[in-house]
Ligand binder design. Structure first.
Ligand SMILES: *Cc1c(COP(=O)(O)O)cnc(C)c1O
Length: 391
């Protein structure tokens, strides 16, 4: 072994010993409630494909048609010659769907969040974030050089004190998950909007887990809470979760979008996503807004899961969304439970630090409109005896 490998092995072995080692399982089927994974047929309870659209025939057809016409690769960044008419049309649709002046596509949500923080903030500014925000929001703020102030989960009183303390900052930007990705609870967006207004701060919502799922038409957390673009001037959402495709977008005013185009380094210096993906996204938006039954079905499955768990004495975290985590605590116990479930034909991932704080490992169950009541019941049946065992 060379010196490099020797040094790395020590770290990798330590991760193993702490129950923190990760490895990707290999799937051999499309996304769905049943998949073939690592050579086994399993019921899946960990996908973010909340509406079951990732393998929808109409999305496949839209994608294939667009590939026939536009080919596969985009060839370059948006500002060179990679910006297809499909991208432009999709941005227009996303702006209309979210009720904002404009929208801008990004290759991933991670990159969209880096762009927002770095295009809007510098060392002279302050960024305020909930402790449980997604890593990409934290990384964006760090990269911007702004002063990063994290407040306790959902603690708006602490946030207000921090906002006051940083009154000297040139700009104050609050960034928050609309739905917290590992806990499933929702941010108090009306409260945050009031706070932002009162303190002349800007509010950005990352709606990766609300877009498509929440709100009357699926426009997300802001629609659900009746908040307008003045209250939430910066909206980001991803296209690889409920939308079932890939990518992300930021929606807001003309000036915001122009600023991201001019100064967002993760927009400027990366290849545009394949244009055909935009065709699939637009078809997905038709299904999301036109077929509300998926959201209704998902809601009824969430209720069934929560009521079933309560009846069996299975502890759940307090979440109203498709993300329904079971608190476990210990890393190795979470991993062990996940392995045992897999052996019984259920894929539920163990979420451990650094994805969640130390000592709060959990099984992150996610539900989808593609599940049936029988899937939910089967999972609960398998969970109850496993959780009773002392491990
Ligand atoms: C998944 C996720 C992202 C990242 O989006 P990708 O398109 O997967 O890069 C950003 N924010 C939140 C809250 C997420 O859950």
């Amino acid at each position: 072994m060379g010196a490099l490998d020797e040094a790395l092995r020590i770290e990798l072995d330590a991760l193993h010993a702490a129950g923190l080692y990760r490895r990707p399982r290999i799937s051999a089927s499309p996304q769905g409630p049943r998949m073939r994974i690592d050579g086994r047929d399993v019921r899946v309870f960990c996908s973010n494909d909340y509406l079951g659209l990732a393998q929808h025939p109409e999305l496949r057809e839209a994608l294939c048609h667009a590939v026939e016409r536009y080919g596969v690769g985009s060839g370059s960044a948006h500002l060179v010659n990679g910006h297809s008419e499909l991208h432009a049309e999709c941005e227009q649709r996303l702006a209309e769907f979210t009720g904002r002046e404009r929208a801008l596509l990004f290759s991933t949500g991670y990159m969209a969040n880096l762009a927002v923080a770095t295009a809007l903030c510098t060392r002279q500014d302050a960024v305020f974030q909930d402790r449980l925000n997604h890593a990409s929001l934290i990384d964006g703020a760090r990269l911007s050089g702004a002063r990063l102030q994290r407040y306790r989960h959902g603690d708006l009183e602490q946030l207000e004190r921090l906002l006051e303390r940083r009154r000297d900052a040139r700009r104050r930007l609050i960034m928050v998950d609309g739905v917290f990705s590992m806990d499933g609870d929702r941010a108090d967006l009306p409260g945050l909007a009031r706070l932002a207004q009162r303190n002349q701060a800007w509010l950005m919502v990352d709606d990766a887990h609300g877009f498509g799922v929440l709100g009357e038409t699926g426009a997300g957390s802001c629609e659900q809470d009746g908040l307008d673009p003045h209250q939430v001037p910066i909206l980001m959402a991803t296209l690889g979760k409920a939308v079932g495709v890939f990518g992300a977008f930021v929606a807001g005013s003309e000036a915001l979008i122009e600023t991201l185009i001019q100064r967002g380094r993760s927009y400027l210096f990366t290849t545009a996503a394949p244009p055909a993906l935009s065709a699939a996204v637009m078809r997905s938006l038709d299904l999301i807004s036109g077929e509300g039954w998926r959201r209704e079905k998902l809601r009824s499955l969430i209720t069934r899961f929560r009521e079933g768990a309560a009846a069996k004495g299975i502890p759940l975290m307090d979440s109203p969304t498709a993300i329904q985590p079971l608190p476990v605590g210990d890393n190795r116990r979470a991993l062990n439970l996940s392995e045992r479930l897999f052996e019984q034909g259920f894929l539920v991932t163990a979420i451990r630090p650094p994805t969640v704080p130390e000592g709060t490992a959990r099984l992150r169950v996610t539900l989808s409109a593609a599940h049936e009541a029988e899937d939910i019941d089967a999972l609960l049946e398998a969970l109850a005896p496993l959780l009773e065992e002392a491990t």
